[in-house]
Design a protein around this ligand. Structure first.
Ligand code: SF4
Length: 192
């Protein structure tokens, strides 16, 4: 019998290649807990895409609460830091700690997250946090899913499935940074 793994997912596109990689070896359940996503309409759009993909694959999904104040509290004082800074470490930590608790409560053998599939995410931090929150009975599955063409595969699967692919990581600051970048490109002639 396969071991049970609770997979935290940030969005359907990132989950696609990770599910493909893990589903032969594990009995997977998706956990959608992302209070960092701003605004709520964007959260709902990403969550709905994840629901539809899980339904298509026949994979169970568990929903975490959407309480943006949990994220605000976790990154307090770091709002003005850029992407890939300690603000992101705190954001990973918030979500990974929650998935570890949920996995233990649910009797899962392992837990992990799709986050490391992104080239913008620090897999070393993610694995360090995961190991910190694992239990004797519920271990963190260490990975850097972007490796071995994992990121490329997620792009292929996103295209095949016609996924909505968001333009920014998730939080309000990343959304504003993206808009700022787009404005700069427009002023420079669209970056062409
Ligand atoms: S940029 Fe992404 S990882 Fe970093 S704090 Fe914002 S949502 Fe979290």
């Amino acid at each position: 019998m396969k071991k049970k793994l609770l997979l935290h997912s940030c969005c359907a596109p990132c989950s696609s290649a990770v599910i493909e990689k893990l589903q032969n070896d594990f009995d997977l359940t998706i956990y959608y807990y992302n209070p960092n996503i701003y605004p709520q309409a964007e959260f709902e759009r990403r969550q709905n895409e994840q629901i539809a993909y899980c339904k298509k694959l026949g994979i169970d999904i568990i929903f975490g609460r959407y309480e943006p104040c949990e994220y605000d509290k976790a990154i307090k004082g770091m709002e003005n830091m850029p992407e890939k800074s300690p603000r992101c470490y705190a954001c990973y930590e918030l979500r990974i700690q929650e998935v570890s608790k949920k996995a233990k409560e649910g009797g899962f053998d392992f837990f992990t997250t799709t986050l490391s599939i992104s080239p913008h995410k620090n897999a070393q931090w993610i694995n360090e946090i995961g190991k910190k929150f694992e239990f004797e009975s519920c271990k963190f599955y260490e990975a850097d899913f972007k490796k071995q063409n994992g990121y490329l595969r997620s792009l292929q699967l996103s295209k095949e499935n016609g996924f909505y692919r968001q333009e920014y990581c998730g939080c309000e600051m990343s959304m504003l940074a993206r808009k700022e970048k787009e404005r700069g490109q427009t002023q420079d002639g669209g970056g062409l």
